[in-house]
Design a protein around this ligand. Structure first.
Ligand SMILES: [Ca+2]
Ligand SMILES: [Ca+2]
Length: 326
């Protein structure tokens, strides 16, 4: 990556309780960057460009009697002992190192990057079909006037100039190039899925000895640009290169595509189908932003959620509201 130069210093720092954890590092940054989730998994956050070397001595199977392992423990035994993902934390590009077991001796060596001046040519990239560009150029001008450096790219120019096996992959490579060359932090997709493609992932599940496939649409594809595999790689969402994206097999035979699911840029979509709709939504945004800023009601919010997936006894929407409200 262009924005980092690695430096190498190793100092033995600590042996933590729980996991027998030995961290050798060049600074104390990891200490304030540890997340412990509800399963007790530990995730460490490192700056992008950090070289990480993890050694795991798995003591679990030796220590535990396998016959009475819980379902969760069996799950962890079947999982790799650690995972490195590439994503965002507070707007910064980072690596997430997750240790899956608290019964292991884990040694983490890392070499911190030395950051060069970060590229900051543009903040927001708007991608839209040529026929909507008049509306989105107007939004770009408004954003520029309010300190958001904005660039508009048409689908037609992206398809002509950018590599990729299909239109969606060309868009994704264009976003990646814009992040690396211009320092883009936000992406706005200006067009419905009928005007600007969405990526469908494929999920396979066994039911009564037959394998069924399900397609699911997601714009997370455009946000999850990178994954970690002996260094930072472009995340194609098709690591077995068979033209089927985001393959996941549950009870069926097949090879999952490797995806870390951590977004690396903020992506949103205005799902307009024609220029009239594009102008209406741009007008609404401008009107809202001109009137909402500094008003005393601006920080009040009502969250509405319900039972998103009925039948399992969990009210996901309300849990999500509580999560957002914190
Ligand atoms: Ca695939
Ligand atoms: Ca990622």
């Amino acid at each position: 990556m262009k924005w980092i130069i690695p430096v190498i210093v190793f100092i033995m720092l600590s042996t933590a309780a729980g996991t027998n954890l030995i961290i050798k590092n060049s600074d104390n940054s990891f200490k304030n960057n540890e997340i412990i989730d509800s399963n007790g998994q530990r995730t460490f956050i490192f700056p992008i460009g950090t070289k990480i070397n993890v050694t795991v001595e798995d003591k679990r199977i030796e220590e535990e009697n396998i016959s009475w392992l819980s379902e969760k423990q069996e799950y962890f035994i079947n999982e790799p002992s650690y995972h490195i993902g590439v994503g965002l934390k507070n707007g910064k590009h980072v690596l997430f190192l997750t240790i899956y077991s608290n019964k292991s001796k884990v040694s983490i060596d890392y070499k911190s990057p030395l950051k060069t001046a970060s590229i900051n040519a543009y903040d927001l990239l708007i991608i839209t079909p040529e026929k909507f560009s008049r509306a989105f150029e107007r939004l770009a001008k408004f954003k520029e006037e309010h300190g958001i450096k904005t660039i508009v790219a048409t689908l037609e120019s992206i398809y002509k100039s950018t590599q990729g096996r299909d239109d969606a992959e060309k868009i994704k490579y264009y976003i990646k190039d814009s992040v690396e060359n211009y320092g883009i932090k936000y992406v706005l997709l200006g067009g419905s899925i009928y005007k600007l493609p969405i990526r469908y992932v494929t999920y396979y599940e066994e039911y009564r000895w037959k394998c069924y496939s399900f397609k699911m649409p997601t714009d997370l594809y455009y946000a999850d640009l990178y994954r970690y595999d002996n260094g930072i790689k472009f995340s194609s969402w098709d690591t077995n290169n068979n033209g089927i994206y985001g393959e996941v097999y549950y009870g069926c035979n097949g090879i999952n595509d490797t995806i870390d699911l951590y977004p690396d840029v903020y992506v949103g979509r205005l799902a307009c189908n024609n220029l009239v709709e594009a102008n209406v939504v741009v007008n609404k945004i401008i009107k809202y932003e001109e009137n909402a800023y500094n008003k005393n009601w601006f920080n009040r919010i009502i969250l509405v959620g319900g039972d998103t997936f009925p039948g399992n006894g969990i009210i996901e929407g309300e849990f999500m509201n509580d999560y957002i409200a914190i």
